[in-house]
Write a protein that binds this ligand. Structure first.
Ligand SMILES: [Zn+2]
Length: 87
């Protein structure tokens, strides 16, 4: 197995979706290849970090302000289109 082949299987490997033989090949490669071992560790770390993100991330202040501006612009628009469609 080459490093490229391993990278293609890495996602399935880490989510436990590989066949037993493939899993063995991946593990054998990881144990003999420093480069891929680093990849696996950082990949695992990324997955865990994403899983542990809080569900409700507070919005940055400028984003909330921009959203407010967009809402105001929408409200300030002439309502004729809506009338044509629904009236
Ligand atoms: Zn490798």
């Amino acid at each position: 197995m080459t490093c490229t082949e391993l990278l293609q299987l890495l996602d399935d490997y880490l989510t436990g979706q590989l066949f037993y033989e493939q899993q063995q090949l991946v593990e054998w490669h990881i144990s003999s290849c420093e480069h891929c071992r680093t990849q696996v560790v950082s990949y695992r770390f990324t997955i865990q970090a994403v899983r542990h993100l809080p569900r409700e991330v507070p919005l940055p202040p400028h984003f909330a302000h921009r959203l407010w501006q967009i809402m105001q612009e929408e409200l300030a628009r002439p309502q004729e289109e809506t009338k044509d469609r629904y009236g």
